[in-house]
Design a protein around this ligand. Structure first.
Ligand code: BGC
Length: 436
């Protein structure tokens, strides 16, 4: 397992061009320029914004009472109908890219039946994205699966990867000609990460929820991505990624394809730290898989520290986000370097953000995160885009609508959008291509 020290050295030895190496020397404060085709934008996902995603596993889980979800997603942000308006706003803010996902459960509502209207819808979403001057970063799956898939045992079942690849093959026919980049799965390593960070009683509740969901669905089994048996899922998720990526690359269209990973700035504290073992459990299989891809998608929210006993609480007195995590935007520099050093691949930051009611803290977060990226660029790390999470205040899964990740506020009654100062702030960074 690589340590941060190794990564620093490896990056310096392998990744630096002569010019960048000079610029990195003390006293040579050369101006750092982001690549001219750098993507600046924001991300959303289908279930969290579209509304009425009623044929999906998560919608089904939301109906459990008692259950793990604090509220139901309902109409969400009505992105299903308001996508053109939202993309128009993103474009006017100064962004040149927009990340959204396809809802498998709309496109393949019953196994093997592909819905022409849903495919046409996503074709229009992708086309509109282009028309608005935004490079579409398309996630073929963002956690949710069709109800039928979950009832079969979801990703725990051998052959599930083939089912996902079949979906990818159908979906790319609709959106491929418009895609700028694509990812297969969103954070397929999150299930493992949750097992590292969540207390055992919550994990036990997640298992109970699977039984309850099966009963509610009248099926023998039920498995949803973060909730089921992660060890059983891993080989199938890897196969789904590999075969899905191949199906997407078959076109139409010709664009880079990768996978987005949840990567935390894991830090070792003291002698015998468990950090390397945990990192290996979380990331090795996926970073290895990414070596065969065109890029690796990095999604970072902060850091975790590990001593010899395991994960540690945030340091005493530090600022916490609405998710109870330490405010630590500088994490992004370390995770981008790590993902690139291990895979040798270019990096797109496909998510990075903070849940807060205080938008001045979002601005501070963006500022530090972008500065960390600028340092990566200076050091020759091939980072090619920054997509902030999230464009809209949206449905934060089990936490409901309380956490505010958005650059743009959403009135839950009228669906009116109100850009926050942070939206203009990131838009201005985008317009000057990140120049400090
Ligand atoms: C997910 C998003 C989520 C965000 C903030 C990421 O793990 O991809 O769906 O809303 O983190 O928690």
């Amino acid at each position: 397992m690589l340590t941060n020290d190794h990564i620093g050295r490896r990056t310096l030895l392998a990744g630096l061009s002569a010019g960048a190496a000079l610029a990195a020397l003390p006293g040579r404060a050369a101006k750092v320029a982001f690549p001219k085709d750098f993507l600046w934008g924001a991300a959303i996902s289908g279930h969290q914004t579209e509304g009425d995603n009623s044929n999906s596993d998560i919608w089904h889980l939301e109906q459990l009472s008692p259950g793990p979800f604090s509220e139901k997603s309902g109409k969400a942000c009505d992105f299903l109908n308001l996508y053109a308006q939202d993309m128009d706003l993103a474009s006017k803010l100064g962004f040149n890219a927009f990340r959204f996902s396809l809802e498998w459960s709309r496109i393949e509502p019953e196994e093997g039946r592909f819905d022409a209207k849903a495919l046409d819808h996503y074709r229009r979403v992708a086309a509109t994205c282009r028309e608005k001057g935004l490079a579409p970063a398309i996630s073929f799956n963002h956690f949710t699966t069709p109800l039928w898939f979950a009832k079969q045992g979801g990703w725990e079942v051998a052959g599930s990867g083939d089912k996902f690849a079949r979906f990818c093959a159908a979906a790319v026919k609709a959106v491929g000609e418009f895609a700028h980049i694509a990812t297969t799965l969103n954070e397929p390593n999150l299930g493992r990460l949750l097992r590292v960070i969540l207390p055992p009683p919550i994990l036990a509740d997640m298992g109970t929820a699977m039984q309850g969901a099966a009963t509610l669905a009248g099926s023998a089994r039920f498995s949803a991505a973060q909730f089921g048996d992660q060890d059983a899922m891993l080989p199938n998720l890897l196969e789904g990624h590999r075969k899905g990526a191949a199906a997407i690359k078959a076109g139409p269209g010709s664009f880079p394809v990768g996978v987005s990973l949840a990567i935390v700035d894991d830090q070792a504290v003291g002698v015998g730290s468990q950090r390397d073992a945990v990192r290996s459990y979380l990331n090795d299989a996926w970073l290895d898989a990414a070596k065969a891809d065109d890029f690796v998608g990095v999604q970072t929210y902060g850091r975790n520290r590990f001593d010899a006993k395991g994960i540690m609480h945030p340091p005493e007195g530090v600022e916490l986000t609405q998710m109870g995590e330490e405010f630590y935007p500088q994490a992004l520099g370390a995770t981008v370097r790590y993902a690139h050093a291990v895979t040798g691949k270019p990096v797109y930051v496909t998510e990075n953000g903070i849940a807060t009611e205080d938008d001045t803290r979002r601005i501070a977060y963006i500022d530090t995160a972008v500065a960390a990226l600028r340092d990566c660029v200076r050091d020759g790390v091939p980072v090619k885009g920054y997509l902030h999470w999230s464009f809209l205040d949206n449905y934060e899964w089990i936490f409901g609508y309380r956490p505010k990740f958005g650059l743009v506020a959403v009135d839950r009654t009228t669906q009116k959008r109100t850009p926050k100062p942070s939206a203009a702030y990131l838009g201005a960074i985008a317009k000057r291509n990140g120049a400090a």
